[in-house]
Each structure stands twice: as structure tokens, then as C-alpha cells.
Design a protein around this ligand. Structure first.
Ligand code: DAT
Ligand code: MG
Length: 182
């Protein structure tokens, strides 16, 4: 049988997703966000709770230094615990950006009312989630949050298992893991 390019399953893409301190501060909200990730068919490759020092925040958001909201943003992002995820899905970058909704919470409420920022966001700064905006920034941001994670190795060894569904959800670790191989 000849398979056309369209019928071949496409490789999964990785993206970085972060639940920001405003949401992590509320366990019920954090749990609801985690469930939305699972319901939206994302596979959770890694999950990590962490707190940023101010320098981490400044380094991560260096592209925005000089903008009027920069100090507020830097302070907020180092104000308490966050949760970072590596998510896998076809077109993960775009799907996660769509699920988050627009940057500004009030715009999100009007234009994407079921998005995460519309439903959980408080202000333009405290907008609940972060998501990489391109494949290149996803690679850079995954390295920033998960320096111990080797994306090339994951793509080679685990992506085929994730893509073909040979995985299980580990309720304790709250991530997907490959099924034990015989
Ligand atoms: P996004 O997080 O949607 O990728 P961004 O990269 O333009 O948006 O900005 C990074 C963060 O900076 C954003 O999540 C919240 C904050 N921010 C951006 N624009 C803002 C504004 N006009 N007022 C207040 N905070 C803002
Ligand atoms: Mg951005």
C-alpha cells in the first residue's frame, strides 16, 4: 500500500507551558488548569514546580526590557511558585497558544471566552499562563526551564511511543510515561 504524505501520522511537537503564580496560588485553579491540559489532548512529558529568583525572571523576559510593563512583569513572575510543563501534541505550540487565548485578559474575555486567560486571568500582567510562540522559542524555553531534558533524545526514543499511544498517565507524577516494554 502506498501511503500519501497526508495519511502518515505527523511527529509530535513539544512546547513549553507555564502556570503563572496567580493561578498556582489557588490549588483549585491549578487543578482545573491541569485538567484542561489533559482534556485538550496534550500529553504531559514533564511537569515541575519551581520559584524564580528575580534574575531568572529578568533573563527570561529580556526581550521585553524597556517596555512599560517590564518591572511589573518581572516582579510578578518571581513573586511565588509556578508550574512548568513540557507538552507534546501535533502542532503543540499553536494549540497551546489557542487554548491560552490572547495576552490581554479583557480582550480574551471578548474574543475567546472559553480560553484559559479569559476564564482564569485577573489582569494583563496576572494572565495565568505562558506559552512559547514558535518552535524556536519552545526549544529555547524548554532548555531554560528543563536544562536536564534532552529534546533530541526524547524525539528519538519516546516520541514514537507517545505518538502511537503506548503511554500511560502516572497520577502520582501527573505526567504521561511510556508503557513498560517487554
Ligand atoms: P504572551 O504571554 O501572550 O506571549 P508577550 O510575550 O507579548 O505575551 O508578553 C509577555 C507577558 O508580558 C504577558 O504574558 C503579560 C505581560 N504583558 C504583555 N503586554 C502587556 C501589557 N500591555 N500590559 C501588561 N502586561 C503585559
Ligand atoms: Mg510571549
Amino acid at each position: 500500500m502506498v501511503l500519501s504524505a497526508r495519511s502518515l501520522p505527523r511527529a509530535l511537537q513539544l512546547t513549553l507551558a507555564v502556570i503563572k503564580p496567580d493561578a498556582v496560588a489557588h490549588p483549585v485553579m491549578l487543578e482545573a488548569l491541569h485538567q484542561r491540559i489533559l482534556e485538550d489532548s496534550f500529553l504531559i512529558v514533564r511537569c515541575k514546580d519551581l520559584v524564580w529568583r528575580r534574575q531568572d525572571s529578568e533573563r527570561f523576559y529580556a526581550e521585553h526590557s524597556g517596555r512599560f510593563f517590564y518591572q511589573r512583569l518581572v516582579e510578578f513572575m518571581s513573586s511565588g511558585p509556578m508550574r512548568a510543563y513540557i507538552l507534546a501534541r501535533e502542532d503543540a505550540v499553536r494549540h497551546w497558544r489557542d487554548l491560552m487565548g490572547p495576552t490581554k485578559v479583557f480582550r480574551a474575555r471578548f474574543t475567546a471566552p472559553s480560553s484559559l486567560r479569559a476564564q482564569f486571568g485577573l489582569t494583563d500582567t496576572r494572565n495565568t499562563t505562558h506559552g512559547s510562540d514558535s518552535v524556536e522559542s519552545a526549544q529555547r524555553e524548554i532548555r531554560f526551564f528543563f536544562p536536564e531534558f534532552c529534546a533530541e533524545e526524547w524525539m528519538e526514543k519516546e516520541e514514537p511511543l507517545f505518538r502511537s499511544g503506548q503511554i500511560q498517565y502516572d497520577h502520582q507524577k501527573q505526567i504521561h510515561t511510556p508503557l513498560p516494554q517487554n
